[in-house]
Write a protein that binds this ligand. Structure first.
Ligand code: DQA
Length: 161
């Protein structure tokens, strides 16, 4: 069984650190990736990081990960969460398990962010934990796909910023 997890990030997440820091924090995407890679190693999985502002590239990344037999995906589709039938269909077509994550609590924001076209087909959803939410999502994904519930609670932690 593959040990690789796709970490898929949508539009504007490449600007993390600079983008509305009061809302999204000051950690850059590169720094977050580095910290997640450390956690992944402790959980005995590998991460493939993909970020794109282009809906079709996100769809292509899901197809490629599925063809490669990846374990699943951790997905912050950003604004496409609320609009992309194509991304939803990619997960329905491939049946690749994924956990949806958002830095912010989207339910505490504008009403157009209250709808997710992914949430009901996700293995789980993590909201409002900031960058640490990716760690929670990764643990959840690994536990859900491998049955290793220890990955939820093992003392392997996301290194501090
Ligand atoms: C976001 C929430 C989305 O509504 C928004 O479009 C983003 C970021 C989050 O991580 O909180 O770009 O996905």
């Amino acid at each position: 069984m593959s040990r690789t997890v796709l970490v898929l990030q949508g539009p504007n997440l490449d600007l993390l650190g600079a983008r509305e820091p009061e809302r999204y924090g000051t950690e850059t995407l590169a720094a977050l990736r580095t910290r997640l890679d450390v956690l992944a190693e402790a959980l005995d999985v590998e991460l493939e990081h993909v970020q794109s502002a282009h809906e079709g590239e996100l769809v292509d990344a899901v197809h490629a990960a599925w063809r490669a037999g990846h374990l699943g995906a951790v997905v912050n589709a950003a604004a496409y969460t609320h609009t992309s039938i194509a991304l939803r269909d990619a997960f329905l077509a491939t049946q690749m398990p994924f956990v949806e994550v958002h830095l912010t609590n989207t339910f505490a924001r504008e009403s157009f962010r209250h709808t997710s076209l992914l949430a009901d087909v996700a293995a789980g959803v993590v909201l409002g934990l900031g960058p640490d939410g990716y760690a929670a999502a990764l643990r959840l994904l690994v536990a859900a796909t491998t049955g290793r519930r220890d990955t939820l609670w093992a003392a392997t932690s996301l290194p501090p910023t």
